[in-house]
Write a protein that binds this ligand. Structure first.
Ligand SMILES: Cc1ncc(COP(=O)(O)O)c(C=O)c1O
Length: 460
């Protein structure tokens, strides 16, 4: 055990300097596949091996040069709190297993409602991430929909029920489709209303579709922050429209809800408090370690009915002490609340606003660097923390540029100095670095642009 403390502090101290993705990772892992040891090597030797393998083949997702997907870092307070949760092997299914774990989770959820300006009376729950937060919110929505039709879908299932109408824009995240697939609503039953190839919502078409439903209950999914350029559905307008009909409104704000933390961007997510449920991620812009996500639902009773979980050996529903495991998908659950509570306690609203604004500044800075570079092209004005751009040395048509940028994306990953992804903006291939880590510095952003140009230049 004496090695554990120094090994962890070395790992944390090296976060800024470790390469983003070590080249040759697969080769370094060649010896990993081996038969189950009949006799173990002992804790120290196992730990040494683990440390070797992670330094040779671990992505530095906590580091300042990871701009892939939307990946936050870990604030020092959150990181240590998560280690405390592991050290205590804290279990938060129900109050009696960890009064501190359960109460801290509830306190942290109350603070998050304050941070994001959500109504105090909504119920919050902690899960693994935004996919599971969407699962929670959409399970509540599905329960609501069933009850409007006189069904308890948690009890009877979806067999024999009509198709649940789901309306959204082309910004809808893949996780919403996954969740609706799992919940028997069906991915194929999701109707997207887009007015352009980027997926921006076609509100008049959505209005017509709602009118055709003629009062039947429906689910409207509002996307507050899409992954290709950080764009938003018109949150308030979509909620206004939904409120003219019998709709449950869910807002997927996995990272976009953080727009509400800064007065510079709060307008982008104005109106979320009028929805019925909202998703937000902790391991993205709150900078708590993986994995942590939060679901907020207006009607506690729907959660209790959708996730009910009872047996003679479990706490009864009448027990006044809280049992988070009876209103969430997981029964056994770790103490995610420690990290969220600790980072909010340590840095407060102001500290987290500064993290958000730091990332907004990084995105604006990269946009300027791209604009100034003759061989880079800005593909969308960054409104939040994602910058869509492409390498464009001139003389290539769009189709050739798509292929070149996809190839360059692979070259940047193979290079290993940065972890970053590419995507499609409409039909065009783009880089889409997302900034959500408190550790990222302006010089990291400058060097990133220089690396893209350097590796691009080698392809000409
Ligand atoms: C808008 C949105 N929703 C949901 C998710 C899924 O989040 P997670 O990977 O934390 O489950 C993401 C992830 O990027 C996202 O951007």
């Amino acid at each position: 055990m004496e090695r554990v403390g120094p090994a962890l502090s070395d790992a944390v101290a090296g976060t800024d300097d470790r390469v983003a993705l070590p080249p040759g990772a697969e080769a370094a892992l060649a010896g990993l596949a081996e038969p189950l040891p009949e006799t173990g090597v002992g804790g120290e030797a196992a730990l040494e091996r683990l440390l070797d393998l992670t330094s040779a083949a671990g992505g530095n997702t906590a580091g300042p040069r990871c701009f892939h997907f939307v990946i936050g870092g870990a604030t020092p307070a959150a990181l240590v709190a998560d280690l405390v949760a592991a050290a205590h092997d804290a279990v938060t299914y129900t109050w009696v297993l960890s009064p501190a774990g359960v109460r801290m989770e509830l306190q942290a959820l109350d603070w998050l409602k304050e941070l994001f300006g959500l109504p105090r009376e909504w119920t919050g729950v902690m899960v693994t991430g935004a996919t599971m937060a969407n699962f929670v919110c959409l399970a509540a929505a599905r329960q609501w929909w069933g009850e409007r039709l006189g069904l308890d879908v948690s009890e009877t299932g979806m067999a024999g029920a009509p198709v649940m109408p789901v309306l959204t824009s082309g910004f809808v995240h893949a996780s919403t489709l996954k969740v609706l697939g799992l919940q028997g609503v069906g991915r194929g039953n999701v109707r997207t209303f887009s007015r352009d190839v980027r997926g921006r919502v076609d509100l008049p078409a959505m209005r017509t579709a709602l009118e055709v439903l003629d009062g039947s209950p429906a689910l409207v999914v509002v996307n507050a922050g899409e992954v290709n350029a950080g764009e938003f559905d018109p949150v308030s307008d979509m909620i206004d429209l939904a409120r003219e009909h019998d709709c449950w409104v869910h807002v997927d704000g996995a990272f976009g809800l953080f727009a509400r933390v800064s007065p510079r961007t709060a307008h982008l997510a104005e109106g979320v408090e009028r929805a019925d449920s909202a998703t937000v991620d902790g391991h993205k812009w709150l900078n708590v370690p993986y994995d942590a996500g939060y679901a907020f639902v207006r009607d506690h009773g729907l959660l209790a009915r959708a996730f009910r979980y009872s047996a003679d050996y479990l706490p009864s529903e009448a027990d006044p002490r809280p049992t988070p495991g009876s209103i969430t998908p997981e029964s056994s659950r770790r103490a995610r609340g420690f990290a969220t509570w600790a980072t909010l306690k340590a840095y407060g609203r102001d500290g987290h606003r500064r993290i958000v604004e730091h990332c907004l500044d990084l995105a604006l800075h990269l946009a300027e660097v791209v604009r100034a570079a003759p061989d880079l092209e800005l593909m969308a004005e960054p409104g939040l923390n994602i910058v869509a751009f492409r390498w464009n040395p001139g003389g290539l048509d769009d189709v050739a540029l798509d292929a070149a940028n996809a190839e360059l994306g692979e070259a940047v990953l193979a290079d290993g100095r940065f972890l970053v992804g590419t995507s499609k903006l409409g039909s065009r291939s783009v880089f889409r670095p997302a900034f959500s880590n408190w550790r990222t510095r302006t010089e990291d952003v400058d060097e990133f642009a220089a690396v893209v140009r350097e590796l691009g230049g080698r392809m000409v």
